[in-house]
Design a protein around this ligand. Structure first.
Ligand SMILES: O=C(O)c1cc(C(=O)O)c2c(n1)C(=O)C(=O)c1cc(C(=O)O)[nH]c1-2
Length: 249
């Protein structure tokens, strides 16, 4: 029999999952933030990560569609606005495309998803399916990786600006916004799961949802590391910085 945790104990357990498994610990992030990647490798990261960004509002629309609670929808819909923007106002997706523009990637190529690594698509789609198929509580809990995002975003911006001459503060504008948005969103989701996970099996499911989401993030970086850091592993059809610049010549 599992024991029932207090809400505070549940929060401690969630935070310890982040401390152990969040993608800030992935070696690819060490290379990215430490200035150890070349431009083609940074392009590959931005291109693949765009797919994650593009699916986030679809994921949040799924959560909206699944809840009967208008108060929850009212709060949650802000996430879609943050990513898609509003009339006359850019959102996160447009800001991410400014980053891929600044890195010299063709917009239509980025939008097409043609150069994605297979594992990026599988991992991100698994997140969408999880949010569609599991309980609403698990769907909300799976967003809780955002609790740990501000620290990695600060490290990333400082590291990339210090280490890459092809990265400017305007190119990284996406992250500046997330520094305010992520804690607001994560704190709301954390309060929600602390309030709604009232049985041991629900608490277990919440913890598993966060582990699952850490795996979604981790496996995207595994794929980048495998394909672009070790030579010779780029899958057929995926973005190849060397081939692309040879075609420019
Ligand atoms: O830069 C990052 O490391 C990072 C991580 C995460 C995350 O932890 O899932 C998100 C984001 N960024 C992000 O920008 C974002 O919009 C976002 C939405 C979500 C989500 O699951 O709803 N996670 C994240």
């Amino acid at each position: 029999m599992e024991t029932l945790l207090t809400p505070e104990e549940l929060e401690i357990a969630l935070r310890s999952i982040g401390a152990e498994r969040y993608h800030n610990r992935h070696p690819f992030h060490g290379l990215l933030h430490g200035g150890k990647l070349n431009k083609g490798q940074v392009q590959a990261w931005a291109l693949n990560r765009f797919y994650y960004q593009s699916r986030i509002p679809m994921k949040d629309a799924t959560i909206l569609a699944r809840t009967e609670d208008p108060d929850l929808r009212l709060i949650w819909r802000q996430r879609i606005i943050d990513h898609d923007g509003n009339e006359g106002e850019d959102g996160g997706i447009a800001r991410w495309l400014k980053l891929t523009d600044a890195l010299g990637l063709d917009r239509n190529y980025v939008l097409s998803g043609d150069g994605l690594l297979p594992a990026t698509r599988f991992a991100v789609d698994a997140y969408l399916h999880f949010v569609r198929d599991r309980s609403l509580l698990e769907a909300i809990a799976s967003s809780l990786t955002e609790l740990f995002a501000p620290a990695i975003i600060s490290d990333r911006v400082a590291g990339m600006l210090a280490n890459y001459d092809f990265v400017s503060p305007t190119a990284l504008a996406y992250f500046e916004k997330r520094l305010h948005q992520a804690p607001r969103d994560a704190n709301f989701a954390l309060d929600y799961v602390k309030r709604e996970a009232r049985r041991p099996d629900q608490q277990h499911a919440v913890l598993q949802a966060l582990r699952f989401k850490c795996d979604v993030l981790w496996s995207q970086l595994d794929a980048l590391h495998h394909a672009y850091v070790a030579p010779g592993n780029i899958p057929p059809g995926a973005f190849d910085p060397v081939r692309l610049s040879a075609m420019d010549r």
